[in-house]
Design a protein around this ligand. Structure first.
Ligand SMILES: [Zn+2]
Ligand SMILES: [Zn+2]
Length: 142
């Protein structure tokens, strides 16, 4: 089991299972969400994630047209995960778990991204990750 949490410790997570996919995303939304130049997220089955605490939801349609609720620590603002939702705001499909919240960096060393998306917006001085599939734009989520 992998454990993690937000910057202030208010929100904690436990994750079991194998990700469906893992990707760096260079889109504008991910920059704003993270305050960094790209995000690294695991696409996971919602049943594999246990969250302790009450993250705050922010709804937005992503650049790729996915309707998502993104969840943040209400105290420190760390992005925790995003959930795809239907038009009535009910969770459907996969969860996008923000990989930077894991406590043990070894887990990230073992889990190299399989893809990079929105590469057309990657900053010019950053190189593609060797072996990761490159997509100029986004992908529809399962
Ligand atoms: Zn926090
Ligand atoms: Zn993105």
């Amino acid at each position: 089991m992998a454990v993690g949490g937000c910057f202030c410790g208010n929100i904690r997570i436990e994750y079991t299972g194998q990700p469906i996919a893992s990707a760096l995303c260079h889109c504008d939304g991910c920059r704003k969400i993270t305050g960094a130049l790209y995000s690294y997220s695991l696409v996971i089955n919602p049943d594999d994630l246990k969250v302790t605490g009450s993250p705050k939801a922010v709804a937005k349609v992503s650049d790729a047209g996915n309707r998502l609720n993104n969840f943040f620590c209400p105290e420190c603002g760390t992005p925790i995960y995003g959930h795809k939702v239907d038009s009535a705001n009910n969770p459907i499909g996969v969860v996008i778990l923000r990989a930077g919240i894991f406590d043990n960096p070894e887990l990230l060393n073992k889990r190299k991204p399989v893809a990079e998306i929105y590469t057309k917006q990657r900053v010019s001085w950053l190189s593609p990750i060797e072996g990761a599939d490159q997509y100029p734009e986004g992908l529809a989520l399962p």
